[in-house]
Write a protein that binds this ligand. Structure first.
Ligand code: 5GP
Ligand code: MN
Length: 339
């Protein structure tokens, strides 16, 4: 982050402010960890702050310190709109475009007169914020929030609560420190967070060891549906609404399923197509190994984006229609998909 921006933010935060902090829609560990960490930090400075998530988030994150205070725009539009209108500063975390919070909330944020500050690590950020801390090379927004607090000279304010939130998002976004986005700096920060009171073992248990029997049955169904397109070193999984219903799908249950395809030897791209009848879309997750950019692929064909090796998108066709479209596009990428 540029020195002039840091100084401007330091000046801004000298007086108590009314602040709203927003993660992306369907928030994940990094989105919730970073917003809650920033929340606890800003409260410790004496500001008024609220975290407003666009919609609900998975149960496996609902132990994070402060989770009970999180408001959901989808559940309480009136109160959330009022908080946004009354805010002086809006922090947007872990997303790069206002469309990522959904149309209605996106419009409200766009027209709000509050000063906006973005902290995010996704590619091709839109320039909607006055101050932008955007860096696509950093593992997670949580790592960036750690840096942000450090930029402001406040490392000493990172207590066990903030450390727990930050560690959670770094752990989830790096696939427990295994993705190439993990740097020595990431591990140093994780180590420092442990020193400050984050319990790595407890956090891992809370996030990953809370499977239900139904979720494992759904995983079994997903793996049964896994197909390999050998010519393109690609694997894909599909889950229909009927299959999700059969195993009483709950938000977050399909988290990580796409990685099974990528764990197959020689696979360069793995994809999961998930039917969502309520939203009338097929939600698609893309993962890749090496230089194949699923960000470009999702952006070009499926109205999405993300990072080089992890991106999301959507299709407004049927489940089969989305898969057929996907398969028809692959020949154009044959060379790029060579191992
Ligand atoms: P996931 O597949 O786990 O939903 O998302 C993978 C990555 O891509 C995450 O960093 C997520 O924020 C981003 N992402 C997911 N869906 C979309 C989308 O529709 N548009 C954009 N720009 N990014 C997305
Ligand atoms: Mn993230």
């Amino acid at each position: 982050m540029e020195k002039s921006q840091i100084e401007a933010i330091q000046l801004l935060l000298k007086q108590p402010k009314n602040i709203v902090i927003v993660p992306h829609r369907n928030p994940d560990g990094d989105a919730m960890g970073s917003t809650l960490a920033l929340y606890h930090y800003l409260i410790s400075l004496g500001h008024e702050a609220s975290v407003i998530a666009p919609n609900d988030y998975p149960e496996f994150l609902k132990w994070l310190p402060g989770t009970d205070l999180v408001k959901q725009f989808e559940f309480d539009e009136e109160e959330c709109s009022k908080l946004i209108a009354e805010s002086e500063i809006i922090f947007t975390l872990d997303f790069n475009d206002l469309s990522r919070v959904g149309n209605q909330m996106g419009n409200i944020l766009e027209t709000a007169s509050s000063l906006k500050i973005m902290i995010d690590h996704h590619q091709q950020p839109s320039a909607y914020a006055k101050y932008m801390y955007s860096n696509v090379e950093i593992s997670s927004t949580c790592e960036m929030v750690y840096n942000f607090i450090e930029f402001l000279g406040d490392e000493s304010k990172i207590d066990a609560v903030i450390a727990t939130c930050l560690y959670t998002g770094i752990m989830t976004d790096t696939g427990s420190f295994r993705f190439p986005s993990t740097t020595s700096r990431t591990l140093e920060i994780a180590g420092d967070l442990m020193k400050r009171g984050a319990n790595h073992s407890d956090i891992h248990n809370q996030v990953f060891d809370t499977n239900s029997y139904n979720r494992l049955q759904l995983l079994s169904c997903a793996l049964g549906n896994l197909k390999i397109l050998k010519d393109y070193n690609t694997a894909y999984i599909s889950l229909s609404q009927e299959e999700l219903d059969k195993f009483e799908f709950k938000k977050g249950d399909t988290e990580g399923f796409v990685n099974y395809g990528l764990s197959i030897k020689g696979i360069v791209m793995a994809v999961i197509f998930i039917e969502n009848v309520q939203d009338d879309i097929i939600k698609i997750s893309f993962r890749s190994k090496g230089s194949f950019s699923v960000n470009d692929f999702a952006r070009s064909h499926f109205n999405g984006g993300g990072h080089t090796n992890a991106a999301g998108g959507r299709s407004e066709t049927s489940l089969n229609g989305a898969i057929e479209k996907f398969i028809s596009i692959l020949p154009a990428y044959k060379q790029q998909l060579a191992p």
